[in-house]
Write a protein that binds this ligand. Structure first.
Ligand code: PMP
Ligand code: GLU
Length: 397
């Protein structure tokens, strides 16, 4: 008899990955599903990055790397922070990991003791919740409002802080809402956090380059928070490198060393070929990153126009990433055949099986009224998907 550890039964499967898996299975059975579930650029990795990986193989980069990553890559990342955000981090403050997901897990495990409170603005990215659970921390959700584009205000943050607060995690640009905090909005949060020097901020900036309103702003820029911010970033989104698994943090030395120690016992250094590819990406020019961003922006405008034609939906106005997070609660309580739509979970299953479109329930992200739509796919598919969404919703009475 196999008795698994209780942490497995307590852990939820990632709902984004689960929905993507279900769509793949239906597609394999011949169903014509349009998959808008996964947050993944549909573009191929730029050629100069792939070439660097091929060269790395030929040059014999096939051995273990230092746990925190090759020194030249960490130097390049520290230069990147100077170049893009005017932030100073030494290479010792950088830890390269197997995806930003591992970077966040390292940081959470390095900081959270059982019973510590971790504050997250809700909606939040699915994996924050489960990582905090694995560290036996308590997730403190602070609900945000669609009328404020799901952005947390200083006042709302202040109400969530207690003597047990240890970490504050958020993303900007945000997954699942696409919200982008302005410098002033970040400053309001920084002013509150300044009064609580025991709270460490994990600032997830993986969508840095997918920002439609201008310069990326990091909460690490404020003097009040000096030496208390862990920035998370990586190559998955900006360089279309999701499969390469390359993320990193820039953190106070003490936290960087702790993450290195944890990673040294779990996975060691990140894949050596992916690190050489990342070096090319991070030191290369951003031409292709910018054209991908422009394509995402066009798709955003297209999807927005089409969503606004559907009755009953309250749509947000994302300024970054590649998601919409509209409120679909108008459709709760309606029926079609055997479907009785009680919530966003039911609505997503109805849309998958009756409408052949795959999107993710808001409950995965802490908001029961909304659904996440990833528009990282072609305009042609998006037009068909929005038609299907519209027509399928109209079946509900
Ligand atoms: N943070 C956020 C907000 C994300 O959406 C994702 C997933 N794409 C990640 C972190 C993890 O990215 P990766 O592990 O692919 O680098
Ligand atoms: N981050 C992406 C998403 O939110 C990929 C899925 C995942 O890593 O959970 O869809």
């Amino acid at each position: 008899m196999i008795n698994l550890a209780t942490r497995v039964s307590e852990l939820s499967e990632s709902e984004t990955l689960q929905m993507a898996k279900l769509s793949r299975e239906l597609k394999a059975k011949g169903k014509d599903i349009i998959d808008l579930s996964l947050g993944e650029p549909d573009f191929d990795t730029p050629l100069f990055i792939k070439d660097a990986a091929k060269k790395a193989l030929d040059d014999g980069f096939t051995k273990y790397s230092p746990v925190a990553g090759f020194l030249d890559l960490r130097k390049a990342i520290s230069e990147k922070f100077k170049r893009d955000s005017q932030l100073e981090f030494s290479p010792e403050q950088i830890v390269v990991s197997t995806g930003a997901k591992q970077s966040i897990a390292n940081a959470v495990l390095a900081l959270v003791n059982p019973g510590d409170e971790v504050i997250v603005p809700s909606p939040y990215w699915v994996s924050y919740r489960e990582m905090v659970k694995m560290a036996a921390g308590n997730l403190v959700k602070v609900n945000t409002k669609i009328s404020n584009e799901f952005k947390l205000t200083g006042k709302e943050l202040a109400t969530a802080i207690t003597p047990k607060s240890k970490v504050f995690i958020f993303s900007s640009p945000c997954n699942p809402t696409g919200a982008v905090y302005s410098k002033e909005e970040l400053h309001q949060l920084a002013l509150i956090l300044a009064k609580h020097p025991e709270i460490i901020i994990i600032s997830d900036e993986i969508y840095e380059y997918i920002n439609f309103i201008g310069k990326h702003e990091s909460i690490a820029q404020f003097e009040e928070l000096k030496d208390r911010v862990v920035i998370v970033n990586g190559c998955s989104k900006g360089y279309a490198m999701t499969g390469w698994r390359l993320g990193y943090i820039a953190a106070p030395i003490k936290i960087a060393k702790a993450c290195e120690k944890i990673q040294g016992q779990f996975t060691s250094g990140t894949n050596s070929i992916a690190q050489r590819a990342a070096l090319a990406a991070i030191t290369g020019n951003l031409t292709e990153t910018i054209s991908m961003r422009e394509a995402f922006n066009k798709r955003r405008n297209l999807v927005k126009t089409l969503l606004n034609k559907i009755p009953g939906i309250k749509c947000n106005n994302p300024e970054g990433a590649f998601y919409f997070f509209p409120d679909f609660s108008y459709y709760f309580g309606k029926e079609y055949k055997n479907y009785n739509i009680k919530n966003a979970d039911d609505l997503c299953m109805f849309l998958l099986y009756e409408g052949n479109i795959s999107i993710v329930t808001g409950s995965a992200f802490g908001d029961e009224n909304c659904i996440r739509i990833s528009y990282a796919t072609s305009e042609e598919k998006l037009i068909t998907a929005m038609e299907r969404l519209h027509n399928t919703l109209l079946l509900l009475k």
